[in-house]
Ligand binder design. Sequence first.
Ligand code: FMN
Length: 403
Amino acid sequence: MRLTQRTILLGVCGGIAAYKSALLARALIRAGGSVRVAMTASAQRFITPLTFEALTEQACLTDEDLFHTGGGVSHVEIARTSDLILIAPATATTLARLAGGFADNLLSAVVLASRAPVLVVPSMHTAMWESLPVQRNLGLLDPDRYRMLLPESGALASGDSGPGRFPEVDDIVDAATAALAPQDLAGRSVVVTAGPTREPLDPVRVLTNPSSGRMGIELARAAQIRGARVHLILGPTHLAPPRPLAPDRMVVTRVVTTDDMLRATRAAIADADTLIMAAAPADERPASPVASKIRKEALPATLAMEHTPDILKTLRPELAGRVVVGFAAETTDIETSGRRKLESKGLDLLFANPVDGGRGFGAETNQGVLLARDGSRLDVPPQSKSALADLILERVARLPADR
Ligand SMILES: Cc1cc2nc3c(=O)[nH]c(=O)nc-3n(C[C@H](O)[C@H](O)[C@H](O)COP(=O)(O)O)c2cc1C
C-alpha cells in the first residue's frame, strides 16, 4: 500500500487513451491512494465523469467547478490538498497550456495554484509526439517540479506504430509512487539477482526450483522507486520485470543457468555499490548434460550430479566496499542458520525465511527475520513482498557504500 495517506489528483485529458485512465484510477486506489479526478472538457467526450465517480467514490471535477459561483470547491483548495498531480493521458494541448502557464481550465488552474510535484504522462500519435512544438513545450517544463513518464513505442490507435503509446498502468503507479517516495537511494547503483536458474539434463529436461522471482523483482522495483539505478539479473520466470521509469534506470539481463547468473552478476557489480542476492540459483546440476533428447527408455534411474558455483563465495573478493544483502530460505533453525550464513559470507544484511508448507517460494507474501552484521535482528511478520522490499531497502539506504 505504497500510496496510503496520499491524495492524488488524476488529471484526464482528451486523448484516445482516456479510457485507460479508469483502470489507472483503480490501480492507484488499490495501491492505497485517495484519488480525485479532474477532467478537461475534451476528456468528457471520450469517457464520462460518472465512470470516475463510481470508481473513486468522489465527485469528478470539471471546468464547472472552476467557474462555479455557488461556493463549490475552489481550484486553490484542490491544489492545497493534493500531494501529487498526475496528468494521464496528457495531450499536446494540455502540455502547451502547462508550458505557457495558462489557467483557462480547472486542471491547468490547479497545476498553477499548487506546489505539489506533477507527473506528466504524454500520449499521442508519433508525429504529434515528435513535432517541434510538443518537444519544445516539454523542454519548457521546470524539471524540479515536473516529472515525465515517457510514452512507450508500439501499436497506436491509428494503426501506425511508434512512440506515443500510453504506458502500462502498473508502470504509471510505480512512477507516481517514485514521485512521492523518499529518494534515499538516489545516486546509488544496485544489482539485484532474482528467480530460479535452470540446469539442463538434455534439451527437454531441467533441474530447477519453484522460485518465482517475485521477491527480487519487488526489490528491483522498490530500489528504482527510491531513486537507484538498478540492474536486475533475472532467471527464468513468467513474472514481468519492472520497466525503467527513465532511460537507463532499470537494466534487465535474463539468464538461464547458475553459470550464466554468475557471469552476469560479475559484470554488473563492476559499476555497482550494492548487491542484493534474492535469486534461488540451482546449487546442483546434472554432471553430463547432452545436446540431444534422451529417449525415455534410455533415461538412467539415477543421475550423476555436480555442484554449481556458489555465486556469493566466488564473487566475494570482488565485492570490497559494496553493501551486500542475502537471503536464506530455510526449513529448520532459521535464525541460527541465517546468522551463520551472514557471518560466513560477509553479508551486511540477511533475510532468513521459512520455506516449508508453501511459505516463501513462489508465494505472494513472506515472513521471517532480518539480521544485520551489527548483531541486530528484526522479526518480520507476514507481509507482501513489496512491503518487505521497502523494509529491506530502507535499511540498505542507511548503509552507505564506501566505493
Ligand atoms: C478521436 C480523437 C483522438 C485524439 N487523441 C489524442 C491523443 O491521443 N493525444 C493528444 O494529444 N490529442 C488527441 N486528440 C486531440 C485532442 O482531443 C485535442 O487536442 C483537445 O483539444 C485536447 O484538449 P485537452 O488537452 O483540454 O483535453 C484526439 C482527438 C480526437 C478527436
